[in-house]
Structures are given as structure tokens and as C-alpha cells.
Design a protein around this ligand. Sequence first.
Ligand code: SAM
Length: 326
Amino acid sequence: SYNPPGKHKSPSYDDSFRNAQRVADHYSARSNQTLEEREASPIIHLKKLNNWIKSVLIQLYAQKGDAVLDFACGKGGDLIKWEKAQIGYYVGVDIAEGSIRDCKTRYNGDAEQQRRKKFSFPARLICADCYEARLDKYLEDDGPYDICSCQFALHYSWSTEARARRALANISALLRPGGIFVGTMPDANVIIKKLREADGLSFGNNVYWICFDDDFSEKKFRSSSPFGIRYQFHLEDAVDCPEWIVPFPVFKSLAEEYDLELVFVKNSHEFVREYLKKPVYTELMRRLGALGDGNQDQTTLSQEEWDVAYLYLAYVLRKRGQPGSH
Ligand code: SAM
């Protein structure tokens, strides 16, 4: 039982700038939650699972001393994960001014934390549109970077081909040869499959709904130019903004044009099944409070939350070339 609003119509001001602004406004307006509010969230276990997935990706690929580029870093929810990986330098970029402000507060700590320095790596936090700005020029003096992370955010670049290309061009230009690009984003195959099974253009459950624009065409999804396929995504206590479908095979070949080669891609369910088998990651899941005892592949997620987890995938790409060569 879900409750989507009336059909989501394409607004007349539907250009990429306005779209990016709507996304930025949505995230900027989201205020920091207290620990109590966070624990009371209807999707608290999903949040814990997503943190676990991001932590596993970071632990798998970050090396001590790495220079890290966090595209769409949000409020800096991953800063502690990078600290645990003992990185050497961090650059976080996000389009939402409010999020960058919160990220700065989190990094600098409050008066109390400032006295006992919280993060051991220097950081630079920038408010910019990662999918529009020439960050390759702007950030090159700090680079090259060993690892770029883009968590739950790359799909915001697929509103136009130019933006999707700018995202990949920025990442590729800033990574060193052999550098790693890790991320998470919606799994278009799962979303389109659910859409096909749905009655109309929307579907969901108690904690989320997705509603496609009236002009959705499966032909466009299957075409060689599947950009701008928009839906409205609502996730209780987390997201309510336009998002874009990213057909993974097209993403993979576009990334190759920018010298980024696929290492792996896994739906979140598969990711959990695979990495939860490893004792070190089982222990991490326990520490995060998301280790269950039987259902949903041994996590504490409700069935509804587990259904949302299925909407996402994790990917790893590697920049061509040998480390040390430019
Ligand atoms: N990566 C963070 C995390 O995992 O906690 C935040 C994820 S949040 C779901 C998506 C983020 O993408 C938001 O902070 C939003 O402001 C950012 N974002 C969306 N479009 C962007 C753009 N064009 N440039 C930079 N950041 C963008």
C-alpha cells in the first residue's frame, strides 16, 4: 500500500539547470537529524545497510595515504569511513550548499571536538555541480587522485548526455592511471522490471514510491541514447526529488570512452550475500547494528526496506594505465 501523488508532469521549465537546482534544493533543505531522530526513522536499517555497503567498498579499495575525491559527498556521512581507511587527503564536492555547510561542521567538529582533533587528514570541501563544472581544471592542482567515490548520486548526471559525459570526464581526468572509481546508484534493470509489472507508471511500498513521467518510453530506455528518462523518487525520511534512469550497459561503454574500465557491478542484494559471508564484514554489520538472524539475508531490514535495497547496485571501475605513468 503506497500513496503516490497525482501523475508527475514534465514542468515547462524542464531544462537541465532547473532540474539540477531542484535536486540541490531538496538536499540543501534536509536538516541534520539528532541520534534519536535517526534511530526512529522508518528506514533506519536500510540506512545502516547502505553505510555497510559503502564501508565495504572503501575497505576493499582505499589504501593508506590515498588522495580521495568524494563526488556528491553530501553532509560528509562517509568522512569517518575514510578516516578508518587512513587516507591522506580528502576533497568533497556537492551541489547542495546546505550539505556542504553541514559537511564542514562535521569535519571541523564542534567546540568540544575541535580540542581533540577528529580527522587526521586535511580536507577541502567545495560547493559545485560535479556534472556541469570543469572540475578537471579546477581541482587538477590538488590531484591526481587515487580513488574517486560517488555514492548514491551518479544517476543525477543522466538528465542529459552532456552532463553524464561531464561527470565521467571530470572523474577520469582527476584519477591517476590505475586509480579506482567506486560508487552506488539505482539499478535500472530492477526499476524497469518493476515498472513493467506495475499497473501504470508508478509503484512502491510503505516506505518508497517511484513515478515515471507521462512521456516514459521503453524504446528510449533500449536506445543508444537513453538520457533524460526521469522519474520522481520518494523514500520516507530521505529522498523526494527527480532522478534519472542509468542503463548500466550504456554507462559501462560510456565510461570506457573515458578510460574507465569495469571491475565489477553487483546489485545490493548480491553484494550483501557475497560480502556478508566474510567474517570481517559480518563483524562490521554487527557493529553497525544491522546484523539480523535469518531473514533478508541475515540483516535487520524489514521486507519493505529490503525491497528498497534491491533498487540499488554497487560498481567499481579502474582508470586505464599503470600507476606512476601519466
Ligand atoms: N554521497 C552522500 C552519501 O552517500 O551520504 C550523499 C548521497 S545523497 C543520496 C545524493 C547527493 O548528491 C546529495 O548530497 C546531492 O546534493 C548530491 N548531488 C546531486 N546532484 C549533484 C550534482 N550535480 N553535483 C554535485 N552533487 C550533486
